[in-house]
Design a protein around this ligand. Structure first.
Ligand code: AMP
Length: 364
């Protein structure tokens, strides 16, 4: 049994080698931990700042054994880690957080929305779709339009398509590769908001302020934090986040994306069982950021303060936008975060900037 709280000098394992793993590793290092990264990618963003790197497929038995032997606790930085890898780590006696159930629920949109509704958390209407007949039946039940999404593997707006009428059903299913899917009703939102939530090993909950998300082409472009507006959606989002963390018996940080309707009511779109892009503002806008918070939670440390210290506008640097780093570095109230990725491919998340302003000043 791993003794908690983990003392500095312990090793924390992370499945995944992307930018989230990189920022987790940096936060862990600041608290005196070593990090071991398991990733299939040689020369990964996280691997280059970690004490140990294992380059292997996630389900490679030898790699999992090495990781389990090396680490006192193991976590993950993206939600498409094969569930089998996490279960194997547990079988090897490793301590894994968040728990594999949370990962499994988040990996499948049908299970996710079903779980949320069972916990009393509202979502858009949805039905599972495995055939053209089922999609046509969904049109009869809900009316047009419907948003068809693959149950698994979608991200950044990929794996989903609006279907305007029942006669487009066959084409839409073909466009998504005939994969198991769900059909969703339109959310009719006035804005998209998000909340980063954390739960410690002792059940303590810490919630960051609600933020506003701006997407372009399905990718998060900007986050403004804290979100402007009346307190009601903030309180409602906090209630939802706390309910979800408890229902999942969760340990770590979780990102929750929501739709805000015209009347202020919130619907959950989805949650990610990990640190999240909508929480990058916390790196410069809060006492303890989401990455340190996650490390604290999985290591059994007390959670840190989450109140905003600044207004932040977080903007993702996509593709060649990251090449403007020299100009960005000249802006005194701008904090630059670059992920060390080699190729500036179009749309790829290369870094982000946090533009700060005083909490009591008008928003940019
Ligand atoms: P997702 O991959 O589920 O996060 O969806 C990506 C984006 O598509 C969301 O951030 C929304 O902008 C939009 N979206 C997703 N689901 C719905 C829905 N049911 N109604 C309207 N827009 C949606």
């Amino acid at each position: 049994m791993t003794p908690f709280p983990l003392p500095p000098g312990s090793t924390i394992g992370i499945l995944g080698g992307g930018q989230l793993g990189r920022m987790l590793a940096l936060a862990a290092a600041r608290l005196g931990f070593d990090v071991a990264i398991l990733t299939p990618e040689a020369d990964s963003p996280a691997g280059r700042v970690a004490a140990h790197v294992i380059v292997a497929e996630y389900e490679e038995p030898g790699a999992l054994k090495t990781l389990a032997d090396l680490c006192q606790v193991i976590t993950f930085e993206f939600e498409n880690v094969p569930a089998g890898a996490v279960l194997e780590l547990q079988r090897l006696g490793a301590e894994v957080a968040p728990n594999p159930r949370a990962l499994a629920v988040a990996q499948d949109r049908l299970e996710e929305k079903t779980f949320l509704n069972q916990a009393g958390i509202p979502t858009v209407g949805f039905v599972p779709i495995d055939s053209e007949a089922e999609l046509r039946a969904a049109f009869r039940r809900f009316g047009p339009p419907l948003l068809l999404k693959t149950r698994r593997g979608g991200y950044d707006g990929k794996g989903q398509i609006w279907v305007e009428k029942a006669d487009d059903s066959a084409g839409a299913l073909a466009a998504l590769g005939q994969l198991p899917a769900i059909a969703e009703t339109p959310a009719d939102f006035r804005r998209e908001v998000a909340i980063i939530a954390a739960r410690g090993r002792d059940g303590e909950i810490a919630l960051y302020p609600l933020t506003e998300s701006h997407h372009e082409n399905g990718i998060l472009r900007r986050t403004t934090a804290p979100a402007a507006g009346p307190p009601r959606p903030h309180a409602e989002a906090e209630r939802i986040a706390a309910t979800l963390l408890t229902a999942l018996n969760y340990v770590g940080v979780l990102g929750l994306e929501l739709f805000e309707r015209d009347d202020g009511r919130l619907l959950v779109n989805e949650f990610a069982p990990r640190v999240h892009n909508t929480g990058h503002w916390t790196l410069d806008g809060c006492g303890v950021d989401q990455f340190e918070q996650h490390i604290r939670a999985v290591a059994g440390w007390p959670l840190g303060p989450t109140a905003a210290t600044h207004h932040v506008e977080m903007t993702n640097l996509l593709g060649e936008e990251a090449l403007t780093w020299a100009n960005l570095a000249r802006e005194p109230e701008t904090r630059v975060w670059l992920y060390g990725k080699r190729d500036h491919l179009p749309g790829r998340k290369m870094g982000h900037v946090n533009r700060l302003s005083a909490l009591d000043s008008p928003r940019r």
